[in-house]
Design a protein around this ligand. Sequence first.
Ligand SMILES: Cc1cc2nc3c(=O)[nH]c(=O)nc-3n(C[C@H](O)[C@H](O)[C@H](O)COP(=O)(O)OP(=O)(O)OC[C@H]3O[C@@H](n4cnc5c(N)ncnc54)[C@H](O)[C@@H]3O)c2cc1C
Length: 558
Amino acid sequence: MQAFDETFDFVVVGSGGGSMCGGLFMRASGRSVVILEKTSLVGGTTARSGGVMWIPNNPFMRRDGVEDSPEKASAYLDAVVGDAEDAPGTTPARRRTYVAEAPRMVAFLLSQGIKLTRVKSWPDYYDEREGGTEAGRTVVAELFDVNELGPWKEKLRPGFVTYAASLEELMQLPTYKQAWSGKFLMLKVMLRTVVSRLAGKRLVSAGAALQGQMLRAALKTGIDIRTESPVRELVVENGVVTGVLTVKDGRPWAIGAQLGVLVNAGGFARNQAMRDKYQPGTSVLWTNAAEGDTGEMIEEMMRHGAAIGQMEEMVGYQSTLAPGTENNDVKPPAQSLTAAPHAILVDQSGVRYMNEGGSYMEYCRKMLARNKTVPAVPSWAIFDAAFLRNYMLAGTMPGSKKPDSWRAQNYLREAATVGELAALLDIDPATLTATVARFNGFVARNCDEDFGRGARAYDRWLGDPYHRPSETLGTIAEAPFYAVPVVPGDVSTYGGVVTDENARVLREDGSIIQGLYATGTSTASVMGRAYPGAGSSVGPAFTWGFVAAQHAARANAR
Ligand SMILES: Cc1cc2nc3c(=O)[nH]c(=O)nc-3n(C[C@H](O)[C@H](O)[C@H](O)COP(=O)(O)OP(=O)(O)OC[C@H]3O[C@@H](n4cnc5c(N)ncnc54)[C@H](O)[C@@H]3O)c2cc1C
């Protein structure tokens, strides 16, 4: 028998969203909880993220009169995710449980004082499929003053938003060139940022606001949260997980778990050896995941017989690594770059090969697939002067002077004609010229006959709301012409251990590893190999943490 240094009802490994959510449920049931976080900061990649959760049939949709139902949401997941033998993370039972429990999880968080709302318009990524919605099913956190965390405020992992702006506002800010509403919004955000700072507040938004609120609630309810407490091993006795081995004050420390261990330790985006094994051709240098995302808990669960699935999948997020941004926590995104008017993506032979709108996961998957036949990593974003004047590039404002290093280091290529640009990229000028001419023909007919860009609401949403007749299609015709490289980056991995509809970890033969629960990117996603809409990672991480806690409390009801 393992001798434990201390014992809790519920032991949580990692401080992702699902961990605090599950912990809060346990505390509400009167149980003791410890959260062990390896790094010095709480909140994981979730705190760095947009904090968007994809929650079907959520209370805010009902409030705003947006139609949804469990049947509609299930039909959507069946259409987009479906079943496949090589995607064991998703089963009809798991999808139904997700659809039922996700809105209950949100109601629970609201009851705990977490302030949430919805983004008015964020289309499902496949809104045209059965059950899809153009309004979207996203839930996000309201702005949060980190000073409310008192001495813990420096322990919250910082988010990527530097202004006191909601995610919705942030996404509208770049329209300040096109519309007065954008200019007023810019002013409003600046004013709020300055006034709140003068008032002694430190307002954060997106994932930091979500995790900040979760941390505040967790501390208030008496969850024991420990940073710099890596879990090295699971304790397994007679096939049952009974605790974990961690460190305390630099010494080995064994903690017993009466009701179960929940692993919410992220994926393996920061582990190149695991990437090489499961996702060859991808790089830790392109990830936006936080530094703790190193996969050892997935390997530890495998050591105890856990089945794994979907390990080849990542939440791809296309990036363009401008000089000086290579080491940024969050790399400059390329999503709105090639989905905006006056821009396309081509492979290294100068050929366009995808709809540049749509799901970022699918976009990066297509880049990697293309690269197997034609060099396409990196691919080239091709755009013109109209693009540069009107839209953001690698985090710089529309029309702003670009850093000299961009040209000096051959990041931003510029030429007077498309043919000359091609020569700079070692592409056959006739090929690139033909690609651009063909695309311009599609623009004239307002129909992308090759890849259907603009047919989906989400493609148009990614473009310029003020560009007509199409929000996403615009000619590449105004000299000079430009190119920057685009790589298949990511915001996390998407495969891990296989879990059942109670978030229990399963063995290859389908049997349950008693006492062991898992959620988030430590698991094979319930979304299979698809990304149905914004928040398809954080939403399930929270929800399965909630489900795990309910099951552990119920199965061991006092
Ligand atoms: C910029 C950006 C924006 C994004 N926006 C969104 C979005 O809006 N919506 C969405 O759904 N997804 C988004 N994503 C992806 C999403 O953030 C992640 O997929 C998700 O947060 C992963 O959550 P998790 O709970 O699995 O892990 P995490 O939140 O990463 O938490 C895992 C924690 O476990 C800790 N840990 C690891 N190993 C151990 C160990 N051995 N012992 C103890 N602790 C350990 C880690 O340090 C980490 O703190 C975004 C990502 C980024 C980078």
